[in-house]
Design a protein around this ligand. Structure first.
Ligand SMILES: *Cc1c(COP(=O)(O)O)cnc(C)c1O
Length: 355
C-alpha cells in the first residue's frame, strides 16, 4: 500500500526499522524522568532546530496533536482578542477554539478556495494575536509567507501564530518573524499519530507570564510556564509519546543527512509533475483556479467522473488517496506530496490516475 492521503499518510521510509531500533534499545520502557529520556529530548529538539533553522532563543515543546497546539496558543497568548484568517476548515477550527475558550476572537474570512485580499485588510488595534493557517488541508490553498511577515511589520505589538501542520518541512519559515509555529507529525514527517510540536518565540513566553500575573488562566500541565519548567530539565510535564519523539528524532536525522534543500526541491518537482498531469487530463481540475494560491503539498482535484469511482480504482492498485473534505467528498480527491513520497511513487500514482 502507498498512502497519498493528507494525514495520517505514507510512513517515512525509515520508520519501520526505527520502531525495531526503539524496541531493541528498550526506549519504550524507560521513565520520562530518566537520563535516557533527557538525552532523547535534548537530541530531538537540537536536531529539529538544525533542520528548520530555529533560533536558539525559541522554545520547542511536545504536545499531543496539532489541535492541542491551537488551544494552548489561545490560552497562553490571548487575554481577549485574537484575529483569525479563515479560508477553510482548519483555520475555522482555530477560531472556534478561541470562541469556546471564551475569548473575543474575531475573523477575517475569505472564500474557501481563495487566499486573502492582503492590501485591503484592516486589523483592529486591540488585536493581541493574529492566527494563520499556512496550508489549508481542506482546500489545498497555501498562503504567501511574505504577506504574513508584512502584516507583522506593520503591527509590531501583535503576536503571530501559524499552523504549518500540512506544509512542514517543506515550508521555510523565518522564525524571527513569527511567535508560535506548530505542527503534528503524521503529515509531512510521515510518522505515526499522537505528537504535536510547538515552537515559541521569547515574546510568546513573556505573554503567557503576563497572563498568569494578571490572573488569566493559561491552562494547567500544558501551560507555557509548565512546559518551560520541565524543558529546562529536558523533560515534559506528563508522560509523553516517547515512541513518537524517538521516531521523530530518527526521521529528522535522516533528513539532515539528505539535506532540507533536496527534500524541498523534490517536493517542488513532484508538485510540478502533478500540475502538468492535471493540465493534460480532461477528467481533472484543481479546486483552486488561481495557480498562485495552490498548495505544493496538498493537491485538491475535481474528478469529473466522480471521486468515489477513482478512489476505488486506485485502491485496486494499492494506492490510497483522500476524498475531498466534508461536502466535497463526492467530487474531489486530495493527494498529498510529502517527503515520504518518492518521485517514482508519484509517477506511478499519476499514471494509475490516467488509466
Ligand atoms: C491535520 C491538520 C490539523 C489537525 O492536526 P491534528 O494533529 O489532527 O490535531 C490542523 N491544521 C491543519 C492545517 C491540518 O492539516
Amino acid at each position: 500500500m502507498k498512502y497519498f492521503t493528507v494525514g495520517p499518510s505514507q510512513l517515512y521510509p525509515i520508520v519501520p526499522e526505527s520502531i525495531v531500533k526503539a524496541l531493541r534499545q528498550g526506549i519504550l520502557s524507560v521513565s520520562h524522568r530518566s537520563k535516557t529520556f533527557n538525552k532523547l529530548f535534548k537530541d530531538t529538539t537540537e536536531n529539529l532546530r538544525l533542520l528548520l533553522s530555529i533560533p536558539s532563543d525559541y522554545s520547542i515543546f511536545f504536545l499531543s496533536s496539532g489541535t492541542e497546539c491551537m488551544e494552548r496558543i489561545i490560552q497562553n497568548m490571548v487575554k481577549q482578542n485574537s484575529l483569525h484568517f479563515i479560508n477553510g476548515s482548519f483555520s475555522n477550527r482555530f477560531y472556534q477554539i478561541g470562541i469556546e475558550l471564551g475569548k473575543k476572537s474575531k475573523k477575517i474570512e475569505s472564500a474557501y478556495v481563495e487566499s486573502f485580499h492582503w492590501d485591503t485588510i484592516s486589523i483592529p488595534k486591540i488585536t493581541e494575536l493574529l492566527c494563520f493557517t499556512h496550508n489549508e488541508t481542506s482546500t489545498g490553498v497555501m498562503l504567501p509567507l511574505d504577506k504574513i511577515y508584512e502584516i507583522r511589520q506593520k503591527n509590531e505589538n501583535m503576536l503571530i501564530a501559524i499552523d504549518v501542520v500540512s506544509s512542514i518541512p517543506y515550508v521555510d519559515i523565518e522564525f524571527t518573524k513569527v511567535d508560535a509555529v506548530f505542527f503534528s507529525v503524521q503529515k509531512g514527517f510521515g510518522l505515526p499519530t499522537g505528537l504535536g510540536v510547538l515552537i515559541l518565540s521569547p515574546r510568546a513566553i513573556e505573554k503567557s507570564l503576563f497572563l498568569e500575573k494578571s490572573k488569566t488562566s493559561t491552562g494547567s500541565y500544558h501551560s507555557f510556564q509548565s512546559f518551560i519548567k520541565y524543558a529546562q530539565k529536558y523533560q515534559t510535564p506528563e508522560t509523553p509519546n516517547v515512541l513518537d519523539i524517538f521516531l521523530l528524532n530518527e526521521v529528522i536525522k535522516h533528513m539532515l543527512v539528505k539535506g532540507i534543500n533536496l527534500i524541498r526541491q523534490e517536493i517542488d518537482t513532484k508538485a510540478r509533475m502533478i500540475n502538468v498531469h492535471v493540465d493534460n487530463n480532461q477528467e481533472l481540475n484543481y479546486l483552486s483556479e488561481n495557480f498562485s494560491n495552490r498548495s505544493k503539498t496538498i493537491h485538491v482535484l475535481k474528478v469529473l467522473g466522480g471521486a468515489k469511482k477513482m478512489i476505488k480504482q486506485l485502491e485496486k492498485k494499492a494506492l490510497i488517496v483522500s476524498a475531498g473534505y466534508n461536502q466535497m467528498k463526492e467530487d474531489f480527491i486530495r493527494i498529498s506530496n510529502y517527503p515520504a513520497h518518492s518521485i517514482k511513487d508519484m509517477k506511478f500514482l499519476l499514471k494509475s490516475i490516467s488509466e
